[in-house]
Ligand binder design. Structure first.
Ligand code: ZN
Length: 313
């Protein structure tokens, strides 16, 4: 009898920890390509003047994000969602929302992307640098994923961050990382989205991860969605791990903090050019990536998978 109970208990531990109640098809129905297109084209519109504080466009984009948060039950983590900072004597702010309530006893997972771009520049034909791929695309992913996550309850605190001043040296992310550390937030891991608007050369519905071998995050994600997360040799070669907002959180907390991207240096010619415009992006593939990322994160969170650093050689 006792043995049977132990066996039963063991079975439950195993099956309960791997049970999934998320239907990937339903998630994809909720995260529509129409909405992906709508957010992307709004954030990358000429009205947003390249989403820089100097051009004023950043504040307009921030208002759009704030309205989106309010409409979709994403709560403010700071008053009015704002984590304020000064960069080059210009006031700016990250937008930080939370899913559900915050409980200091629980681990915290942060999902983010930078909202800013390089604004208006001297350029003969087109002075507005719209930054559609960099990083209206990643911001779109974070908003849609947040909207989906906000429809469920989780055993972790989930923070949603849209960063300011990434293009000025990861300033927004450093500011928030320091603040969260001072506030003794128990950060478990951070997932960042950058430039997911084009199709990775290795195939559709794929991203690569920066700092691939630094943690088990890629393996854990691929165990849920096979081949979703690729290793890109150039990401290691150019040390992209240190070139986006994830790095600030790795530095402050020493926990896995990594970026998902599909810009592989061969599939887009408009990086930091005026021609980085929404019309050039593959919305269908981008929407697939967002749906896969949402499903993958949901299973990671639901199963309370432990994401940890891998000792380096
Ligand atoms: Zn970027």
């Amino acid at each position: 009898m006792k043995k049977t109970l132990i066996l039963l208990f063991g079975f439950c531990l195993q099956s309960c920890s791997t049970q999934t109640s998320f239907d990937q098809t339903k998630i994809r129905e909720q995260i529509t390509a129409e909405e992906t297109r709508s957010i992307l084209f709004t954030l990358a519109h000429d009205d947003m003047k390249g989403r820089d504080t100097k051009s004023g466009g950043y504040y307009k984009a921030a208002n759009y994000v704030t309205d989106y948060f309010k409409t979709h039950a994403i709560q403010p983590f700071y008053p009015a969602y704002r984590d304020s900072l000064m960069t080059d004597s210009i006031g700016s702010f990250n937008l930080v929302g939370q899913i559900g309530h915050y409980d200091a006893k629980r681990p915290t997972v942060l999902i983010g992307a930078h909202l800013d771009h390089i604004g208006m520049q001297d350029n003969e034909e087109d002075q507005i640098f719209n930054g559609a791929n960099d990083n209206a695309a990643g911001s779109t992913a974070v908003l849609q994923i947040a909207r989906f996550l906000a429809q469920h309850t989780w055993n972790q605190n989930i923070l949603i961050a849209l960063f300011a001043d990434e293009e000025k040296g990861l300033k927004g992310a450093y500011h928030l990382a320091d603040r969260l550390q001072n506030e003794q937030i128990n950060l478990a891991y951070m997932v960042n989205f950058e430039m997911i608007g084009t199709t990775l050369t290795t195939g559709e519905n794929q991203v690569y991860m920066t700092g691939y071998k630094r943690s088990n995050m890629a393996d854990e994600m691929n165990a849920i969605s096979a081949d979703f997360v690729q290793f890109l040799p150039q990401a290691k070669q150019y040390n992209l791990f240190k070139r986006s907002d994830n790095y600030a959180f790795y530095q402050a907390f020493g926990v896995p903090a990594q970026t998902l991207s599909s810009f592989d240096f061969q599939n887009y010619d408009f990086y930091h050019k005026a021609g980085d415009e929404a019309e050039k992006l593959d919305v269908k593939n981008m929407n697939q990536i967002i749906g896969t990322a949402a499903y993958t994160l949901a299973i990671l969170l639901q199963n309370e998978r432990i994401i940890k650093m891998t000792p380096q050689e």
